[in-house]
Design a protein around this ligand. Structure first.
Ligand code: SAJ
Length: 424
């Protein structure tokens, strides 16, 4: 099947790189975003997010006339929906978060008027099981003159599929091409069409299945990682109580040929691993025991970290009076500028509100303190903080920290195993 024009709805961390990949293969791509700043930035050939190699690719695609951004969808052969799927606001702390599909609904409403017979609509957003069928229902409601897979099966006028993105932030431009792709068509014809479309730039294998299996596969991958990180985080707390160096322990255990324990840290962040497992739990609450416990362990780790920092500050204060705490890293993982769901931010917010000390923040990937920490401390370069703080709290394993850790003098609380010293 031939797709010459493609409309990508949502120009964020996934939509923009994907739109750019198609454009770089000389497809005519229209990118759609509700944010005018995003549209204007892209039309200037610039980008609004940090992702290696994306800036050059967007610049070239816009300059050569293959990529254009706009506020409303335009007729195309294929439509890709890459909008956020956050949680609904929780009414109580212990309520299981449930997914908010309003962005997908808004995307469906905006595509519907320009849909034509023969089109393919793909949902790329990470979604709870059943979301693709729900999107197809919204499209069908808006366009009673067209038929959709849930009504006409293989004979439908419009094909619909779920093809979850699986790329790692920081490696998106590489992984988009090289990773295998799961293609979940609502019909076999939808799967074949979606495979043809992705093969424009995907060198990995395109594996076809149903829309529901594709939805669950994506959630499963991220829940698997969350459970494995929770195991490492739980071990780190157990080891702390037993005076065992968890990093040495993991190194030893991982020498077993069938053991591969991940790294503990101050918690799990980002918009994927810390979010997606809840889509499984909210759908199957009674059956998702391990997945739910893993979320609870990982969500509890920032609080445990904060309590350890508090103990350390009190100990130092008893010895020398005023205490200056250096906090190293605020992003949700190493060498990115993304603060979403960041456990390092959560720990920092807890310590500045509950601990009486001076605070110095070191974060090489952002220019100014986020609003929740503004006025609570100062930002400094690594070398300055390394010399002036009494307690150094490492929350992110940025490359700069790994390279310079030996410069630090004073007591250290190292959640990421950066410094080869005894923990607290
Ligand atoms: N983390 C640890 N210990 C580890 C690994 C990670 O504490 O051993 C923490 C990180 O510091 C971070 C969080 O987990 O706070 C998530 O980081 P990550 O690197 O594991 O994952 P993401 O969120 O950047 O990307 C994940 C990837 N999923 C899997 O590896 C299964 C990526 O392939 C997905 O495309 C992405 O989610 C997504 O968009 O869903």
């Amino acid at each position: 099947m031939n797709f010459d024009t493609i409309c990508v709805v949502g120009l964020g961390y996934i939509g923009l790189p994907t739109a750019t990949m198609f454009a770089s293969r000389r497809k005519k791509v229209v990118g759609v975003d509700v944010n005018k700043h995003v549209v204007d930035t892209i039309n200037r050939g610039e980008i609004h997010i940090v992702e290696p190699e994306l800036d050059i690719a967007v610049h070239a695609a816009v300059k050569e006339g293959y990529l254009r951004a706009t506020a409303r969808p335009e007729p195309a052969d294929a439509f890709l929906v890459a909008v956020p799927t956050p949680f609904k606001k929780r009414q109580a702390e212990d309520e299981i978060p449930s997914p908010d599909l309003s962005y997908i609904q808004a995307a469906a409403d905006s595509i519907a008027p320009v849909l034509e017979k023969g089109n393919l609509v793909i949902l790329e957003s990470t979604s709870p099981v059943g979301a693709t069928e729900q999107m197809a229902d919204w499209l069908a409601e808006a366009r009673p003159d067209l038929t959709f897979p849930q009504q006409a099966g293989e004979e439908a006028d419009v094909m619909v599929a779920h093809c979850p993105e699986r790329v790692l932030p920081g490696r998106v431009m590489y992984e988009l091409i090289e990773n295998d792709r799961i293609i979940g068509g609502m019909t076999a014809k939808s799967s074949t069409a979606a495979c043809d479309l992705y093969k424009t730039f995907v060198r990995g294998e395109c594996l076809t299945t149903t829309a529901r299996t594709a939805e669950m596969a994506k959630l499963t991958e991220n829940a698997f990682r969350d459970v494995n990180i929770a195991f490492a985080n739980e071990l780190s707390i157990i080891c702390d109580g037993l005076s065992i160096d968890v990093w040495e322990l993991i190194k030893m255990a991982n020498r077993h040929p069938r053991v591969n324990i991940l790294n503990p840290g101050p918690g799990v962040g980002g918009h994927c691993i810390a979010v997606d497992p809840w889509f499984i739990v909210s759908r199957s609450p009674n059956e998702s025991k391990v997945i739910k416990s893993a979320r609870d362990v990982n969500d509890g780790k920032p609080i445990w970290t904060f309590e350890k920092v508090k103990e350390a500050v009190e100990r130092i204060r008893n010895k020398k009076g005023n205490v200056t705490v250096g906090v190293y890293g605020l992003t949700f993982k190493a060498d990115i500028d993304d603060l979403r769901e960041s456990p390092a931010m959560r720990v920092s917010e807890l310590i500045v509100s509950n601990i009486d000390a001076e605070f110095v923040f070191v974060e090489p990937n952002i220019k100014k303190l986020p609003s929740s920490l503004e006025g609570q401390g100062v930002m400094k370069e690594f070398d300055q903080a390394a010399k002036c703080c009494d307690l150094h709290v490492f929350l992110v394993d940025h490359k700069e920290f790994l390279d310079k850790s030996e410069k630090v003098s004073g007591e250290i609380f190292d959640t990421k195993g950066i410094v080869k010293r005894d923990g607290l």
